[in-house]
Design a protein around this ligand. Structure first.
Ligand SMILES: CC(C)(COP(=O)(O)OP(=O)(O)OC[C@H]1O[C@@H](n2cnc3c(N)ncnc32)[C@H](O)[C@@H]1OP(=O)(O)O)[C@@H](O)C(=O)NCCC(=O)NCCS
Length: 158
């Protein structure tokens, strides 16, 4: 049976992020141009910051996907989520998001929000499937290329 912070999604195993995963996170994000593309240094800073949460999925001992977020008081934010191209549509993204949402819920978070590129319809569909609803739009929010952000939110109850 999976322990706390672990879940099994087909053959993928979800575990807590470790700083030594950072090179894999950078490489997964690089093959996902729609995901936020941060440097190794940005992840190093982020994982030391207050309220940071992260999980990775592994297949055959190799990191296959990740989710990073943060908590500030009773609000949570999903900062980035990506799964290796060849492993998509196998429930891994959903398992990663569930892990981070469960941890936020346990920490007393009531509302989780995120921003996503407007053209990233796959991710919008993915988040909607996980219970996030569109709450707004921020024109010109992203650079390279410039694009609007869709704002999405999920209330955590129970
Ligand atoms: C978004 C992403 C993380 C989803 O990961 P995933 O492991 O493929 O997602 P799952 O298999 O858990 O999908 C769960 C459900 O979400 C929805 N969904 C996922 N990908 C979808 C897509 N491309 N189109 C439409 N719906 C999609 C479906 O309802 C899916 O269930 P189904 O496969 O039974 O139909 C992945 O596509 C990815 O890495 N994309 C590039 C990075 C990115 O855009 N990240 C978001 C940045 S904000």
């Amino acid at each position: 049976m999976a322990g706390e912070g672990e879940a099994v999604s087909q053959r993928a195993r979800i575990r807590a992020f470790r700083p030594e995963d950072i090179p894999e996170l950078v490489s997964i994000a690089e093959e996902s141009f729609q995901a936020a593309s941060w440097s190794r240094e940005s992840y190093e800073e982020l994982c030391k910051s207050e309220g940071f949460l992260g999980f990775v999925s592994e297949r055959a001992g190799r990191v296959s996907g990740f989710v990073v977020g943060r908590q500030a008081a009773d609000e949570g934010e999903i900062l980035n989520v990506a799964v290796r191209r060849e492993n998509r549509r196998k429930g891994e993204g959903q398992a990663l998001l569930s892990a981070v949402l469960e941890q936020l819920h346990r920490r007393g978070v009531k509302r989780v929000y995120l921003e996503v590129r407007e053209s990233n319809e796959n991710a919008v569909a993915f988040y909607q499937e996980q219970g996030f609803a569109k709450t707004g739009r921020r024109p010109g929010y992203y650079r390279e290329p410039e694009e609007a952000a869709v704002l999405m939110e999920k209330k955590l109850t129970g």
